[in-house]
Design a protein around this ligand. Structure first.
Ligand code: ADP
Ligand code: MG
Length: 229
């Protein structure tokens, strides 16, 4: 294991809203993930998992606490700087895939690359390599609607990989899938984690995913109850 985690959170608190109706969603959370590690965040609905993943992904700011991503201290960064770190280092996968329905499989990846000013031959080569990695090379011209649930999630994984992030964050990635497709998606993510040395953080309710994990953190009422530091 590398000495420095790819992503590290210390003493994170998140308070939504203003007094008197404020809500303390995360309480003194410290957690980290290293290259090649798969961390599961489990816990009941409303316990703060999505909030924590959003803070890890630099799409939500904590009320207090420190975050470092790939050695960069995010704490004092403005939105623009956070977006740069997010684009460079983080790939997201969501339960409902978040694909662009009007774009082909290939264009779903190219549009992501364009956000990073990667276009032309280089973009196409990267997109095709990502589709190959998830077993969708033959599907480039199809539209997402024509794919099965498992294929859609594999496309979402390809899209999260296309810009070569070192951290992958996934919110309930198997929730919409049957058990066979859920298992395939988890095997794919485990392989990426091991062979490409990515840090993978997965929010899940799915007990069957546990066996794929390097570590499991149980979250209840905004606190880590069990598992990791
Ligand atoms: P989980 O993903 O574990 O279901 P969330 O992180 O989505 O939990 O939510 C944790 C708690 O914070 C819940 O009680 C939820 O209602 C509350 N919450 C989430 N987002 C907001 C928001 N934008 N404003 C106010 N409360 C929120
Ligand atoms: Mg959630």
């Amino acid at each position: 294991m590398s000495p420095q985690p790819l992503i590290s959170l210390r003493d994170i608190n998140k308070i939504y809203g203003q007094p008197p109706s404020e809500f303390h969603a995360l309480k003194d959370i410290s957690v980290s993930a290293h290259a090649g590690e798969m961390l599961l965040l489990m816990g009941p609905s409303g316990s703060g998992k999505t909030t924590l993943l959003s803070i890890m992904g630099c799409i939500l700011s904590p009320t207090s606490g420190q975050i470092a991503v790939a050695g960069e201290d995010m704490t004092a960064m403005n939105r623009h700087q956070m977006a740069r770190v997010r684009l460079k280092h983080i790939g997201f996968i969501f339960q409902d895939y978040n694909l662009f329905p009007a774009l082909t499989v290939l264009d779903n990846l190219l549009v992501t690359l364009r956000l990073q000013n990667i276009t032309g031959r280089k973009a196409k080569d990267s997109a095709l390599a990502s589709l190959d990695a998830v077993g969708l090379s033959g599907k480039t011209g199809l539209y997402p609607d024509t794919l099965s649930g498992g294929q859609k999630q594999r496309l979402a994984i390809a899209r999260s990989l296309v810009s070569e992030p070192d951290i992958i964050l996934a919110d309930e990635p198997t929730a919409a899938l049957d058990s066979e497709n859920g298992q395939n998606v988890m095997e794919l993510m485990t392989a990426l984690c091991r062979t490409q040395g990515k840090a993978v953080v997965i929010v899940t309710h799915d007990q069957r995913i546990k066996r794929f994990a390097s570590r499991v953190a149980l979250i209840e009422d905004g606190r880590i109850k069990e598992g990791v530091q």
